[in-house]
Design a protein around this ligand. Structure first.
Ligand SMILES: [Zn+2]
Length: 187
């Protein structure tokens, strides 16, 4: 198993030297993730794993980026029929490294909405993070997993009829600070 220290990188150095790292670990190591999941993340007595990779790169105007990929098959509980199901989590995100907090821009929800809703600016929309000589990849991986999980987990083709309504309503009341961001990511 990877020691936590191995997941600390000097982010700008990592990008400029086009380094890459990959690995896997039990999803239960991601405390913020498992806290919100309703069933133990095990299958046939084995821990469910998260596989990840990160690659550093720069563009021709000197911007630095990390491309982060995560994948797992997470055990979620269907909010319609309350049965567990396998959710294929597969996500890749490009993170631009900026050196000053002001370069992060105004990332309040309102301004992100404006940015996303503006067709012209949409192509310039990218996730930015602060560069650090001690960037914790585990935290980035955990954020990515959280953003990739469905807000209201459901079987794609759930056999339970939707007409009862009450379960649906109560699950919608679970608010997550990531819910809005998650919707944005679909655009
Ligand atoms: Zn279901």
């Amino acid at each position: 198993m990877i020691k936590h220290n191995d997941l600390i990188i000097d982010s700008l150095d990592f990008a400029r030297k086009e380094k890459s790292l990959s690995g896997s670990f039990p999803i239960k190591n991601l405390e913020r993730v498992v806290r919100d999941l309703e069933v133990p993340q095990q299958r046939d007595g084995q821990d469910i794993m998260v596989t990840w990779s990160v690659r550093g790169h720069t563009d021709n105007v000197g911007k630095s980026f990390l491309t982060l990929s995560v994948s797992s098959v997470v055990l979620l509980v269907c909010q319609r029929c309350t049965q567990p199901f396998d959710f294929d989590l597969e996500s890749t995100t490009v993170l631009e490294l900026v050196s000053k907090p002001e370069d992060l821009g105004d990332d309040s929800i309102e301004s992100i909405w404006e940015e996303v809703q503006n067709e012209k600016e949409q192509s310039f929309f990218s996730d930015k993070i602060l560069s650090s000589t001690r960037l914790d990849l585990l935290e980035l991986i955990e954020d990515e997993v959280i953003l990739s999980l469905p807000y209201v987990p459901k079987h794609e083709d759930c056999s339970v009829e939707q007409d009862s309504g009450s379960d649906e309503a109560s699950s919608d009341e679970k608010t997550s600070p990531f819910a809005v961001l998650k919707n944005l990511k679909l655009h």
